[in-house]
Design a protein around this ligand. Structure first.
Ligand SMILES: Nc1ncnc2c1ncn2[C@@H]1O[C@H](COP(=O)(O)OP(=O)(O)OP(=O)(O)O)[C@@H](O)[C@H]1O
Length: 808
């Protein structure tokens, strides 16, 4: 492994610090000074120094090798620098145990990179796997929810579980009992992993694609957020050991070792040419410490003092960088695991009520990968991808977590970072103009991951226990809100290799000047103008320190006062704590009793309900039975009355039938008599009728003959009259003639004769008329008699018919 000198990479800000450090350590040996400067070089610059160094041409040098990958940097060669640099290189090789690698052909590298392109590396320098539309609109922060299983103690004490995870529907439901009412709150996430989920599943389903994007040139951040003891460190780093068995990772290996393994596997499979460096920092009480910084304490010092806080600086382009942060170049997954172990061991942990080894700080582990690529034009480009893996401190409130030994400041600062993180998330979600990134170091460090160009994934961890419900709901709310943050991920601009080399040249030039100054001018090993500049900075710094000293004094006074206050508060809080503990215990007992009682009450309630239901049904059926019985009785009474009526009716009917029978008997005999009588009557009547008819016929004949005779007599009379009248008229005519011839006297005599004739005629006509009247009267009489007889006959016939009808 590489030497871990405690020198920082020289940045403009720490020039004076570098000088002071080296002066204080009284570096006498120039070689050590060279070494010191070289180890502060960035990895790529160090790589440059390991090979031949001719300015005139380019040659490939291999800067290190490992079983898992080769790192190649094409270097301009400079023979003049060769001797010095070779000695440094051999020194470093010795320390790191690396063997000098053999060079690799350019052809091979070109081929390898092309294969890398085929695997998603992309030949286009602006390649971006995010669709264009998404890029403009932004991509939501991916939020994954993981619920840990109950711990052994929780299982033993039968801790109630209030969280249920539906991995298929990507939902988590929290069950709350408020005012004895069950309220379920459901939250949806991009992915949900329940208590039985495996580390491997979480990685493969959610993290592996992100790692692939890092290798495509994106900056990606994965961070774990949640209450203490919910499995943030377990998820990020894994449980127990990181040791591999037959090259396989243990099943409980977390996201970081798996991501590292995937990166190396892919790079190896692509035979890519790359260099990789890692950083590991801790943010504790708003102070950044480098977990990879070398420790060389000359005498035993308290743990916290060995950790020198380092500054967070603005880079002038809107970003930040951590000044002097150690960057370790790595060649294998194994190296990274060792670095992780070393760094994790330095993290501040403490026992809390919720977690035996609780991380009290936030940690950020970053892997930066430079991969060489060939464009279609054959130009060499450097693709850069960065993966930040963030393990945040527990999000709970400190009293609840049970942090002991008065770590109030710790709590305040952890919460400050997390509160600011919450405010930043809110501001981003609500699109408010001001996003308070600058309010905490955590948010300054994660600025690009929250609303920036980085792809971000949040793993929110929760506990299923009822006792953590309040914190769990707060985590769920927090994570759910974070889902709405939109980032605009952009693939990092690929750098032309020549530009990288140019940058490195200027860095080397600067360092060379420092080396030169160190060699030539005893005791001063930086250029004069830099020295002056640093002196001025130092002066400003001293003034600042004085100011800060004065500040500190007043703060110390305040601190003493606060301490007194704090002690008093401590006493009070201890008392209150005891009381609280007792009360909590009582409450717990009462809660248990209440739970039992509630259960019994619920059981009793349900039994009463059941019984009430049964009684109600019984009463209902009884009532319907009574109604039925009543109806039946009424019907029965009616039926009895009907039956007795029926009996009397039957009796009556029998009597009537007897009477009817005798009546019928009598009627039959009467009818027979009557029929006989009728028969006789009919036969006599027929005979009488025949007689009548005969009589009538006779009468008619006699009447007709008498009428004929009368008519004959009348005709004769009329004939006589006619003759008489004719003779009279002739006599009259004769008389008229005689009248004409005779006189008036004759006329008178004639007249009297006419008159006598007229009166005789009248008498004759009167006799005829009376005779005709008599005849007619007789005819009328006989007709009316006939009529009467016929009427009587008809009457008799009708009576006989009526009788016959009645008999029948
Ligand atoms: N998914 C899981 N499966 C099995 N064990 C788990 C799981 N998550 C957490 N644990 C166990 O729970 C305990 C606490 O986990 P861990 O230390 O990772 O919590 P944390 O959230 O990092 O807490 P802190 O914020 O206090 O550091 C550990 O013993 C860990 O092994």
């Amino acid at each position: 492994m590489y030497s871990t000198q405690h020198f920082h990479r020289p940045t403009p800000e720490d020039k004076s610090e570098v000088r002071t450090n080296i002066q204080h350590e009284e570096v006498k040996d120039k070689k050590i000074a060279e070494d010191a400067i070289l180890t502060r070089l960035p990895p790529a610059a160090r790589a440059l120094l390991f090979g031949t160094y001719p300015r005139s041409g380019i040659s490939l040098c291999r800067l290190g090798s490992s079983s898992s990958g080769r790192v190649w940097i094409e270097l301009p060669c400079c023979p003049s620098a060769c001797g010095t640099l070779e000695s440094v290189k051999s020194k470093m090789d010795k320390r790191s145990g690396l063997t000098s690698p053999s060079p690799k052909s350019t052809d091979k590298s070109g081929k390898d990179l092309r294969s890398g392109e085929a695997n998603g590396g992309g030949g286009n320098t602006n390649s971006n796997s995010i669709p264009k539309g998404d890029k403009e609109k932004g991509v939501n922060v991916q939020v994954i929810l993981r619920c840990r299983p109950l711990s052994d103690e929780e299982t033993k004490s039968n801790t109630p579980v209030v969280i249920s995870c539906n991995e298929r529907r990507r939902e988590v439901a929290a069950t709350q009992i408020i005012a004895s009412k069950q309220i379920d709150r459901t939250f949806a996430f991009d992915k949900v992993f329940g208590p039985s989920s495996k580390q491997k599943d979480l990685f493969e389903q959610s993290i592996s694609p992100i790692v692939n994007e890092v290798l495509e040139g994106y900056n990606c951040t994965i961070f774990a957020y949640g209450q203490t003891g919910t499995g943030k460190t377990y998820t990020m780093e894994g449980g127990g050991t990181r040791k591999t068995k037959n090259g396989e990772l243990p099943t409980d290996a977390g996201v970081i070792p798996r991501a590292v393994r995937q990166i190396f596997d892919i790079l190896e499979a692509q035979c890519a040419e790359y260099s990789m460096k890692v950083t590991f920092l801790e943010l504790y009480n708003e102070e950044i410490t480098d977990l990879l910084a070398p420790e060389e304490p000359k005498f035993p010092v308290p743990e916290d003092k060995t950790k020198k806080p380092i500054a967070l600086m603005e880079d002038g382009k809107g970003g930040v960088f951590v000044r002097g942060l150690e960057e370790e170049v790595v060649y294998s997954a194994g190296e990274i695991y060792k670095i992780l172990d070393k760094g994790s061991a330095k993290r501040r942990t403490a026992e809390t009520l919720l977690n035996k080894q609780s991380s009290r700080s936030h940690s950020i582990f970053s892997i930066t990968i430079h991969i060489k690529e060939l464009t279609h034009e054959g130009e060499e480009m450097i693709k850069i991808g960065k993966l930040n893996l963030v393990d945040l401190a527990g999000s709970e409130n400190i009293s609840r977590s049970g942090a002991r030994d008065g770590r109030a400041r710790e709590a305040g600062e952890i919460n400050k970072s997390l509160l600011t993180l919450g405010r930043v998330i809110n501001a981003l979600v609500e699109h408010s103009g001001h996003v308070p990134y600058r309010d905490s170091k955590l948010t300054r460090l994660l600025r690009d991951s929250l609303g920036g160009k980085t792809k971000t994934c949040i793993i929110a961890t929760i506990s299923p226990s009822v006792y953590c419900l309040e914190e769990t709901l707060s985590t769920l709310d927090y994570a759910h809100r974070a889902k709405n943050i939109k980032n605009k991920p952009e693939v990092n601009q690929k750098m032309m290799k020549s530009a990288v080399i140019k940058d490195l040249y200027s860095e080397i030039d600067r360092l060379k000047h420092e080396v030169f100054a160190a060699r030539e001018k005893n005791g001063i090993y930086i250029p004069r103008d830099r020295y002056l500049q640093e002196e001025a900075e130092k002066k400003a710094m001293t003034e600042k320190i004085e100011r800060l000293g004065a500040d500190l004094e007043t703060r110390d006074k305040q601190l003493v006062e606060l301490k007194e206050l704090y002690d008093a508060e401590q006493l009070l809080s201890a008392e209150l704590g005891e009381k609280l503990e007792k009360t909590q215990k009582d409450l717990e007992d009462a809660r248990n009793v209440l739970c039992g009682l509630e259960e019994k009450y619920n059981e009793a309630k349900s039994t009463i309900k059941e019984k009430e239901y049964v009684i109600f049904n019984l009463l209902k059926s009884e009532k319907s039975l009574v109604d039925c019985a009543y109806n039946l009785r009424v019907e029965l009474e009616n039926a009895a009355a009907d039956v007795s009526g029926l009996f009397s009716k039957i009796e009556r009917k029998d009597k009537i039938e007897d009477g009817n029978r005798s009546l019928v008997q009598r009627f039959r005999s009467q009818l027979t008599h009557q029929l006989d009588a009728l028969h006789k009557t009919v036969s006599t009547s027929v005979m009488q009728q025949e007689d009548h008819l005969k009589e009538m016929e006779d009468d008619m004949q006699s009447f007709v003959s008498s009428k004929d005779e009368a008519v004959q007599g009348l005709r004769e009379s009329v004939q006589k009259l006619k003759l008489l009248q004719g003779s009279g008229i002739t006599a009259l005519d004769n008389l008229a003639c005689e009248i004409d011839t005779n006189s008036q006297t004759t006329f008178e005599r004639l007249n009297s004769q006419v008159q006598s004739h007229t009166s005789s005629l009248e008498k004759c006509f009167g006799g005829i008329a009376s005779e005709a009247d008599n005849l007619l009267n007789e005819l009328q009489c006989s007709l009316s008699k006939q009529e009467e007889r016929l009427v009587q006959f008809a009457k008799k016939q009708r009576e006989v018919r009526i009788m016959l009808k009645q008999k029948h």
